[in-house]
Each structure stands twice: as structure tokens, then as C-alpha cells.
Unconditional design. Sequence first.
Lengths: 114, 110
Amino acid sequence: GAVVSQHPSWVICKSGTSVKIECRSLDFQATTMFWYRQFPKQSLMLMATSNEGSKATYEQGVEKDKFLINHASLTLSTLTVTSAHPEDSSFYICSARKSQETQYFGPGTRLLVL
Amino acid sequence: KQEVTQIPAALSVPEGENLVLNCSFTDSAIYNLQWFRQDPGKGLTSLLLIQSSQREQTSGRLNASLDKSSGRSTLYIAASQPGDSATYLCAVTTGNQFYFGTGTSLTVIP
């Protein structure tokens, strides 16, 4: 089956610093990847759609200058949380689309901003 | 905009009991519906995928049904086990984007 990895699996950082999260499709190429955020006891909320070689499409209410997305290759998308604040603490999950029908989800990255 | 709701939000049952989780969505123009399992602090594990043209899918003790016209899906778990304890999420897709439900937190008591 298709595998999607995320790195790091968890990160703790100080307020004001930037954090980069990587999402990789290990055994397939993904022209489209998605970034989700999940707060405790809540469902996943789509943040942005990342297309290889073009700018990401952000959902309403998501600050594009704060959550920088780069999809430089068919197997890697990165999410950078810039100037992180405690309210950015969350569980970030990516998914990669293998075909029109199928997306595979990464294991998630837990971010804690102190 | 598509909205996905799951009922109940939490469920606690004794081991061995059969149970049903419910999922409803507001826009019936979906591509498919998928049920996921999420363990605490972990990512998503896909359980069952139902295409919009299908009525149900089965895998082991799990059976998922889809009534697209009424905007409903159910996940039936037979003979529940403590290892089934997790949060169950349903999601519908329009082809490009997933819309996730609010989740049902299941606890199976030994």
C-alpha cells in the first residue's frame, strides 16, 4: 500500500520561532497534497491544498503568510509555521493524493508552542 | 458548503456488543465516503471506502452502508472488542477535497 510519512512526529518550540513540517509520499508520486489541522477533541480541518510546482490554495481563515507551504517535488510538501504562538499548538496531518479516488494520510505531527 | 455530522459524539459499550455509528452529510453530490479510525495522538487509518455508486462495504467485523440520497452512512461494528476503542471519523469527498465529520469516540469496556 501507499505510505505517507511526516517529520518530525512531534516538536516543541518557543513562541516566535518558525517550525517546518515535512510530508513525503514514500512509494508514489503525488501532484497534490493536503494539510489539515486538528485541535483536541475536534475533527480535521483542511488548511490548504498543495500542488506541485504552483502556489498552494488556502482555505478561508487560514493565513497564507503564517503557514507557508512548499511543494517542490512530486514526493515532498513542507508546511512552515512562521512566528509560532501557543494558539498554533495543534496536530498537523498531511495527505497525498495518489489518484482521483484515493488519498493517503500521514501519521501526523504534534506541535507544542511554549 | 458540505457539512458532515456524526452521532453520537461519544459511545461506551461493554465488550461483545454490536454497535452502530452514524454519519450524515448535507450535500449528496459526493464522490465517495470513507470511514477512518484514529487512535489518540495518532494519524488516520482507513477502514472502509464506499464509492458513490455503492450501497455498502464490508471488512471483517465492520460493515458500512451509504444512502447518498438521504445523506447518511452508518458504520456497524459487530462483536466489539476493547481494541476497537478509538475515535471513528467519516469523511466525504467531492473528488478533490475531504470533508471530515466531528468524530465518534468509542470506548469498549472489557
